[in-house]
Design a protein around this ligand. Structure first.
Ligand code: UGA
Length: 436
């Protein structure tokens, strides 16, 4: 089966490469000639474990190709996925759908065979209706249907998530579209991936509701962590204790510096806008967005406290280990490190940093931070070392070496990577999140 993937960003590229790996014939399309040209050379525009190998091997076998020409790319495809960006629109937080609609227009002008058009981009409820309207007005001579098929890929684990999904959601009322989509995902049925067929609007909302719920879960445990610090409880035990309840579930209950990334911040805002437009306010999500925003700066203040308070902190040096919003990615979008670095710089603290993958993208976002070649170089002469992102490389630092390199042995562990007793026994002043 031939599949076209319009948009070769994160979602399009991972999905396209995985579909090809399942044996489909996939063309990835993108307007950006530089991106297509580098993909043709096997150079990935993003960092995602395993992606380069998957793209290269499938390109070599002839099942995966790249083009800037939409008409050529979609010709003969039974399913055409729209996987272009839907960034937050400046000013109001609405998802910017101009790229999605532009692709729909272009498909309307160039489609020459029957095809199911599938929105894979995260799009607000009703977007599928609008795509259908655009295609209907294009006066196509061929049969088409519009389906919704949201993605649930986590950066850093995207290929595993694609190949072994918790579920596949397909939104369409059209029987033919349903059979085409069944064919598209047949290799995954064989892996017994549960599939949920539903109406298009329900499918669109499932995506936002899932991300918002996960954001609620994280923010809930983060507030519990703050409470733990006040009452002398340990948030990791609280998390374990509630997570063992099957109704709650253990995942996404890890307290930290607040969620970031390209999805939760953008999707929660977009959900709020939809809720406002339809006069069905989602107060819980509103609170989550505010609490999470405030938390990032609060983490900066936590470091200042560890440096001895606002007066003492001025002129001291803090080393940030990890800048990306989570490990195994170079993505810096809405990373807590940005607000943490800014809070420290504002307080007159000298900031150094090291991240295994994120420094190139971080540099322009935090121009006053000195980027270093290694964790140990960043730590040199520091008055506080701060673990911001839980990269594996920071989980087993040589603490004796860290202590010797630092000006004062102060460790602020915003991801609860270390055992407090062990670190304190090595002579560190240690603080973490929600632990006594
Ligand atoms: C998220 C969802 O997990 C995916 O299912 C979804 O497909 C994706 O958004 C999307 O909409 O495209 P992602 O943003 O890649 O994936 O990253 P997550 O692993 O969900 O982490 C998001 C943030 O939450 C990170 O900043 C992470 O550090 C934080 N987090 C996560 C916590 O602070 N605690 C946790 O227990 C879990």
């Amino acid at each position: 089966m031939k599949i076209a993937m319009v948009g070769s960003g994160y979602v399009g590229l991972v999905s396209g490469a995985c579909f090809a790996d399942f044996g489909h014939d996939v063309v990835c399309i993108d307007k950006d000639p530089a991106k297509i040209e580098s993909l043709q050379r096997g150079v990935m525009p993003i960092y995602e474990p395993g992606l380069a190998e998957l793209v290269t091997s499938n390109a070599k076998s002839g099942r995966l190709s790249f083009t800037t020409d939409l008409a050529e790319g979609i010709a003969g495809a039974a399913a055409i996925f729209i996987a272009v960006g839907t960034p937050s629109r400046r000013g109001d937080g609405h998802a910017d759908l101009s790229y999605v609609y532009a692709v729909a227009e272009e498909i309307g002008q160039t489609l020459v065979n029957d095809a199911v058009i599938v929105t894979k981009s995260t799009v607000p409820v009703g977007t599928g209706d609008e795509v259908e309207r655009i295609l209907s007005e294009a006066g196509l001579k061929v049969k088409f249907a519009v389906a919704s098929n949201p993605e649930f890929l986590r950066e850093g684990a995207a290929i595993g998530d694609f190949k072994r999904p918790d579920r596949i959601v397909i939104g369409t009322d059209d029987e033919w579209a349903r059979s085409v989509m069944t064919e598209v995902y047949r290799p995954l049925f064989l892996n017994k991936a549960p599939i949920l067929f539903t109406a298009r609007r329900s499918s669109e909302l499932i995506k936002y509701a899932a991300n918002a719920f996960l954001a609620v879960k994280i923010t809930f445990i983060n507030e519990m962590a703050d409470l733990c610090e006040k009452v002398g409880a340990d948030v990791q035990d609280v998390s374990r204790g509630i997570g063992m309840d099957g109704r709650i579930g253990a995942k996404f209950l890890h307290a930290g510096p607040g969620y970031g990334g390209s999805c939760f911040p953008k999707d929660t805002l977009a959900l709020l806008k939809t809720a406002e437009d339809y006069e069905a306010p989602t107060r819980i999500v509103e609170a989550v967005v505010k609490v999470n925003d405030a938390r990032k700066r609060a983490m900066g203040r936590k470091v200042i406290e560890a440096l001895g308070g606002i007066e003492a902190a001025r002129g001291k040096k803090a080393a940030l280990l990890g800048l990306t919003f989570k490990p195994q990615t170079d993505d810096m979008r809405d990373s807590p490190s940005i607000a943490i670095a800014q809070t420290l710089v504002d307080a007159g603290v000298e900031v150094t940093a090291y991240d295994p993958e994120g420094m190139d993208l971080a540099r322009p976002l935090m121009p006053q931070v000195a980027m270093c070649d290694s964790a140990y170089a960043a730590i040199e002469g520091a008055d506080a070392t701060v673990i911001v992102t839980e990269w594996d490389a920071f989980r087993a630092l040589d603490l004796a070496r860290v202590k010797a390199a630092m000006n004062a042995p102060v460790l602020v562990d915003l991801r609860n990577v270390y055992d407090p007793a062990e670190v304190r026994a090595k002579g560190f002043a240690y603080s973490s999140v929600g632990r006594p």
